[in-house]
Design a protein. Sequence first.
Length: 715
Amino acid sequence: MQSAVAGRPAWVKYAVVGGVIVVAGIVGVVWNSISVQATPTSSTTTENQTTTTPTPADIATSYPPQYAEFYTSMFANMDATVDPCEDFYQYACGGWLEANDLTDTESNIDTSFSIVNKNNDKIIHDIMATKPDVIDPFYQACVAEPQVNDEAVADVTAQLRHIATLDSVDALLAYAGALAVTTTTKSFLDIDVGVDPKNATVNMLYLLQGGLTLSSAEYYANAAKYFRPLNEYIANLSAALDHHPFQTRNHGSDMIAQTIFDFEAQIANVSLPRAQLRDPWATYHKFDLQDVHPFVATYVQGMNPLWGTNQTVPVLVPSPQFLEGLAKLVANTDLAVLKTYVSFHLVHTRSPVLGDTFRVLTHNFRSATEGLPAVESRQVYCTNLVKSYLGEYLGQLYLDKAFQPSVKAQAKALIQQIEDAMTDLIHQVDWLDAPPRRVALDKVAKIANFVGGPDSFEPLPFPLNATNFYQNVQTLDSLATNATLNKLGNQVDHTKWAMFAFTANAYNDATANKMVFPAAFLQKPVYGASEFPAVANYARIGVVMGHELTHGFDDRGRNFDPSGQLAHWWTADVKDKFESNTQCLVDQYSTFPVESLDKKTVLGYVNGRMTLGENIADNGGLKLAYMAYQKAKQADPTIADIGYDDTKMFFTAFVQGWWCFKATDNFYTNFLHMDPHSPAEWRAKGPMMNSLLFADAFQCPKDSPMNPAKKCVVW
């Protein structure tokens, strides 16, 4: 889950509970300050406190029979020999971790996304088997693609030859801009169209950091590790292209690779770290196109020549320092180097659609630098392209086949319960004063919720070719890019979805004050209406809903008012208290180590600043879900008759439902540099370490690993 300020997605990385939808009066939920008595099943003594440990045999005959599958899975995933106060993650997931290993085709596996995605893949496979209009011609053309598509290679080669003829930096920049539209090649910087944060009704042009081949700017400081795979990749691409050198001079691939690596290292040096780009105020720099550096205007004009006659095009520059540094770099770099750079980015971008020979080369490069698993089959690759290019069509078919209207109604009812819990929490927190409290309550009241999938979509304005895959890709790429660029200056449509119905994820868009929950998440093991105890549904899909709602009040989302405008609605005193609370989280999470798969090496530590928004949402979402459950239980106490302590089950079901997780070392190395979420183990343990409710439920001694004396609480 993530927040989205310009529509960026989400919980990466829902739900009536047990068939019960109830809303009662305010229930005081004890999370960080008051004890809640737990009912032990068996116990061991730790220091002067009692730590409860479930004994499956003690309750094997006491739970309702409709939950048999759930309980069987829960106990199988656990390792009850572990003290939950020492390591609740191992306690909840130890059985699963022991029983599950990664295959060659997996870089990571878990108890949630992996299962949901497999279920979705089966549904999509069944849909594809019916050969639906629009989708099937594209798919059939894709699977029939030869090892090398001579037509596609000839097209890219012609573009490379054109680059070689360009005799000025301006001509190269303009052509690079044109390639961004026709081939989606991103060189020098990234360009997008998104909402103006201070006027959420209109779109503007975004000029963003970019231009790198490696997934993180930090990787360029480690040439010993990352240069070799780039060098091998370029040599292999050059050979596959019949030794086209990506440049105007006849140098070998080693020289080309060094040229590209060195130039991109300089781009990396002028790029701001991701954590510094989180503040929407510090990154709001609005200009007219005529006021940015001429090299940018030339590049942008290449994307759309009409913008050359309209220099008042509004642009947002989150990092002016990046554009200034890039402008100096371009001005001081030889034209031949710039040509080599643009040529390589063109080939790198187009490689996956030139035939499997090229696709495998690109995959192997990304595997070496990002930890991807073994290359996928042609059929799987083509299905994934259908999801990407024709997701709206496929999403409608998915909804028709796999999503019931009753589930949508149930999910919306549970979302309302979570929002009611947030309303209660806003009334309770002692660091808010009256003016921002009123705005916060209004923001919750006005949030829009989208569940399932979009009601309609724009049909393709042309048929797709059942025999020419590359032509289809070219046409769809241009259509999508132009559709994005054509939004510039137009009114924002806040009903648009940034995810497809079959996407197992969710997001919060702060500029629209909305939450989006695709249909794909409303299934087991995330949600089981009658198959799960009510508390487990709150702990799984309810936590997702609480997480997304909390994003509206995290370090970024809190800056947006009820209408989605970037606005100062916090008093100085409240802002200071909020930042003090969030700094506690930053410091806490920055101490969390990430270990190698064999547990022998520390790969790094969580970046507490970069992951702050997600950590706020993780902590807040868990609390809101429990508050909502307590309300439901007050209205109908029978939902707690599950043959097990319901508070303990809440925490266990939460961890088992989301965060039992294994990954390769390469995956986590890349994850720590790139992802705004904390690793799975700490998404499980961090919120519990900050909860006295958890400590009371498991009777954890003070200062035990899962019950540190200092707790960090934002919401």
